[in-house]
Design a protein around this ligand. Structure first.
Ligand SMILES: [Zn+2]
Length: 218
């Protein structure tokens, strides 16, 4: 008995059904991938939180500075280092190493070793680091001592204090205004590390409407 062959019409119908099913599935896959990005980003922030706690244990319960005081090991000179350089060993630049590496966006392709970046970060235009410290709380140390950093002991509402956020678009590694936080994650959200070390996301609307998110809780 000769095998029955498909006609061209039957073949085209099958192909078009597959195409329709794929079309229905692809947006769901895209959303799943974006949710995966956000989970990975939250995991990055959790690591940063652990490093912050370790730092505070080493430095009398102080938080990391936005610009941390530092002594250059080759010259002994005083210097400032952005907080993210103290999280993990960045070549010759850091004596502290809390096991976390944050990529510097300006030098993509030229940054040091295995760095973590937010997988949703799309632009290299504005920020030295994708993750940004809350300058109001961390403070900075400089020759003028313009900002004072805070101690974990001083937290009044640790669940509300933003330590670090992702998707930065200030031309620095810290953030001073909520409007400078992008919301590249699924559902127009950005991720935040809080003073009690919990990590969660906030929507663009919530970030935009709540102008005090960077200055509350301390
Ligand atoms: Zn992110």
């Amino acid at each position: 008995m000769p095998a029955k062959k498909f006609t061209l019409i039957e073949l085209l119908i099958v192909i078009s059904i597959i195409a329709i099913l794929a079309g229905m599935l692809l947006p769901a896959l895209k959303k799943a991938r974006e949710q995966g990005y956000s989970i990975l980003c939250k995991s990055n922030l959790k690591q940063v939180g652990t490093a912050f706690l370790n730092y505070s244990t080493d430095f009398n319960e102080n938080t990391m500075y936005r610009n941390a005081p530092y002594v250059e090991f080759w010259s002994g000179d005083y210097a400032d280092r952005p907080w993210y350089e103290l999280l993990g060993l960045l070549g010759k630049y850091s004596q502290l190493d809390y096991g976390v590496k944050i990529g510097t966006l300006r030098n993509k392709g030229n940054y040091y070793g295995r760095n973590i970046l937010c997988p949703a970060q799309k632009s290299m235009d504005y920020s030295y680091s994708d993750y940004m410290a809350n300058q109001w709380f961390l403070g900075t140390i400089s020759t003028s001592d313009a900002y004072k950093n805070h101690s974990f002991k001083m937290m009044q509402a640790p669940t509300q204090i933003v330590l670090v956020t992702d998707n930065g678009k200030e031309d620095t590694h810290s953030v001073t205004y909520a409007s400078n936080i992008r919301s590249n994650h699924v559902g127009n959200t950005a991720n935040f590390l809080f003073g009690d070390m919990h990590v969660s996301h906030m929507s663009r609307e919530k970030i935009g409407l709540d102008a005090t998110i960077l200055i509350q809780g301390f």
